[in-house]
Structure formats: structure tokens, C-alpha cells
Design a protein around this ligand. Structure first.
Ligand code: NCD
Length: 311
């Protein structure tokens, strides 16, 4: 069992919870590898995907995870929903609550929406990304991917590079890394850092090349064009030159350095195409782990079932 019935921020999980989620995900990954299509584990449970902001990979990942566990999944997406007709979030939540379900996955452009949903509904809530705040299942699948690659998490130095200010991925990954005894370093120009970078709890660096030799993982973030009012850098070319991962930087790094990215990637901006497709890029491995990790989160939050528990 996990210590909280919700997964809204990394504050909801303890170090023991993280270990349990990653171990459970490992057994689900084995099931996925054996191409066993479905486990009966969550049969009869209803999972609602409440995605009120565009998303493909995260929504699909949750959807596939729910299907593999035989849950009944219902999708509620912004473009097809009453929200475009002006329904308030509270009314949407009240409507969903009246239909009774076991788990709601929420993605929303405003920070804190999952908390509002949790207050309105009597079911577990997972934050699938809220505004610029947090994205905890992304951080968990990233930890999983790192542990698969290195065999451990403690002692790893992870550079998170780019648009820290607008990144809910960084918002969850920094505390997640600290919990497991790894060292996060956020690497960005001043303009792409939050006003008080010290509150992140990560070392802050502005010069990528200077810290590069210390890194075990270079975690590249997408420049979030849609969240910008004014770009925090002179040009994309300039950004790529100073903060992009490319073959020259790969050559200057530790031989065991791996590259990660939550997707979607802007090839040629934060990551060059040859690095994105390089053997040391774990990007597709992250996507693959995402399904197993989300299966584990759903299974553990819903208390599993009597039959067909994690193999
Ligand atoms: C991220 C997101 O949407 O927060 N992507 C994802 O969930 N895979 C990061 C991003 O949009 O850049």
C-alpha cells in the first residue's frame, strides 16, 4: 500500500513508496515484455482520464496502462467536453462524482486542479500534469528508467537542462531525485529559471559545458513555446548553441552519460537529431517504462485485487 490515496505531488510519496512503485513497475514490465495483453487485476474498476489540456503520450500511456489491467477506462478530453461549453471545473467534477468512479487522472493547464478534483470527488486522484507545477508519474518513470540503466539511483548526478521555470517535469523530478539520494543540478540561463531558484532545492548552474563532465544523466527539457509571453533567450539557434545536447557535448561528457527527455522533443533546439537517435538516448525507453510505472501507480492506489496481482 502507498502512504497516500492520491498522487498529486511528489510530497505524496515517501522513499518507501517510490521503491514499492518501481519494484511493482518492474514486475509489470516483465508482463508487458511477455506480450501478455491483459491482467484481470483492476477488472470492474473505473478509471476516468480527465485531460483538459492537449496531450498525446501521457494520455495514451495512462489509457494503455488502464487497459492492460482490465479497468474500464473513460476519456474526458477538453475538445469534446462540456468545458468548451463553459462548464466550470467544479461542475465537471460534481458530474463525474455522480457517475462514481475509482480513479481520476487529471491534466489541466492550471496548477492545483487535481486538488480541487480530489476535494469534490470520493476517489483517488493522479496528477497527469498541472500547469507549471508538477507531473509526478513522469518523475517516477524517469527514476525507473535511470534505475534500469544504472542499477541504482543513489549518488547519480542529474543535470536538468532548459526551461526550468515552465517545467512541471522539473517540478516533480527535482524533489524525486532528492528523495532517492541523487543530486539534481538545474542548468539554464537566468531567464529560464524561477524567480527563486533556491527554493527548488537543486544546485543551479548557468554554464552547461562547465558542469557537463560531472553528469551521469543529461535530462533535456522542451522549450515550452506555448507558455511563453516573451522568449527568455535571443534566438533558438543561440539557445541550441549554449544549452542544446549535441554530438560535441556527448563526446565531452562521461562515457556512461545517458540522455533523457520527457517528450515531445524539439529536434535541433534542446537536442540534436543525431543525439535523439543515439544509443545513449533513453527517450523511447522512458515512453516504454511509462506504461509499466502507470500500471504500478494505478494498481497500488486502488489496493490491487485478489486475483492476478503483479506477476
Ligand atoms: C511534458 C508535459 O506535458 O508536461 N510532456 C509529457 O508529459 N511527456 C513535457 C512537455 O510538454 O514538454
Amino acid at each position: 500500500m502507498l502512504s497516500s490515496r492520491h498522487l498529486m505531488t511528489m510530497d505524496d510519496v515517501t522513499v518507501d513508496d517510490i521503491a514499492l512503485i518501481l519494484d511493482t513497475a518492474e514486475s509489470f514490465a516483465e508482463v508487458n515484455e511477455r506480450r501478455i495483453k491483459k491482467l484481470p487485476t483492476l477488472r470492474g474498476r473505473t478509471v476516468i482520464n480527465l485531460f483538459l489540456e492537449p496531450s498525446t503520450r501521457t494520455r495514451m500511456s495512462f489509457e494503455i496502462a488502464a487497459k492492460r489491467l482490465s479497468a474500464d477506462g473513460v476519456n474526458f478530453t477538453a475538445s469534446s467536453s462540456a468545458t468548451v461549453k463553459g462548464e466550470s471545473l467544479r461542475d465537471t467534477a460534481a458530474t463525474l462524482a455522480a457517475m462514481s468512479c475509482d480513479l481520476v487522472i487529471v491534466r489541466h493547464k492550471y496548477a492545483g486542479t487535481p486538488q480541487i478534483i480530489a476535494e469534490m470527488m470520493d476517489c483517488s486522484v493522479v496528477n497527469g500534469g498541472d500547469g507549471v507545477h508538477e507531473h509526478p508519474t513522469q518523475a517516477l518513470l524517469d527514476l525507473y528508467t535511470m534505475r534500469q540503466n544504472f542499477g541504482h539511483l543513489e549518488g547519480l548526478t542529474v543535470g536538468i537542462v532548459g526551461d526550468i521555470a515552465h517545467s512541471r517535469v522539473a517540478g516533480s523530478l527535482v524533489p524525486a531525485l532528492r528523495k532517492v539520494g541523487a543530486t539534481p543540478i538545474v542548468i539554464a540561463p537566468q531567464t529560464l529559471l524561477p524567480a527563486r531558484p533556491d527554493v527548488l532545492g537543486a544546485e543551479v548552474a548557468h554554464d552547461f559545458d562547465e558542469v557537463l563532465p560531472r553528469l551521469d544523466v543529461a535530462y533535456m527539457l522542451r522549450i515550452q513555446m506555448e507558455r511563453f509571453e516573451a522568449a527568455g533567450f535571443p534566438s533558438l539557434r543561440e539557445y541550441a548553441r549554449l544549452y542544446g545536447m549535441n554530438m560535441a557535448r556527448l563526446a565531452a561528457a562521461k562515457p556512461e552519460l545517458v540522455i533523457m527527455h520527457p517528450g515531445p522533443m524539439n529536434r535541433g533546439v534542446e537536442i540534436s537529431s543525431d543525439v535523439a537517435d543515439h544509443a545513449r538516448s533513453l527517450v523511447l525507453g522512458q515512453v516504454e517504462s511509462g506504461v509499466a510505472v502507470r500500471m504500478a501507480v494505478m494498481y497500488l492506489l486502488l489496493g490491487g485485487a485478489d486475483s492476478g496481482a503483479a506477476a
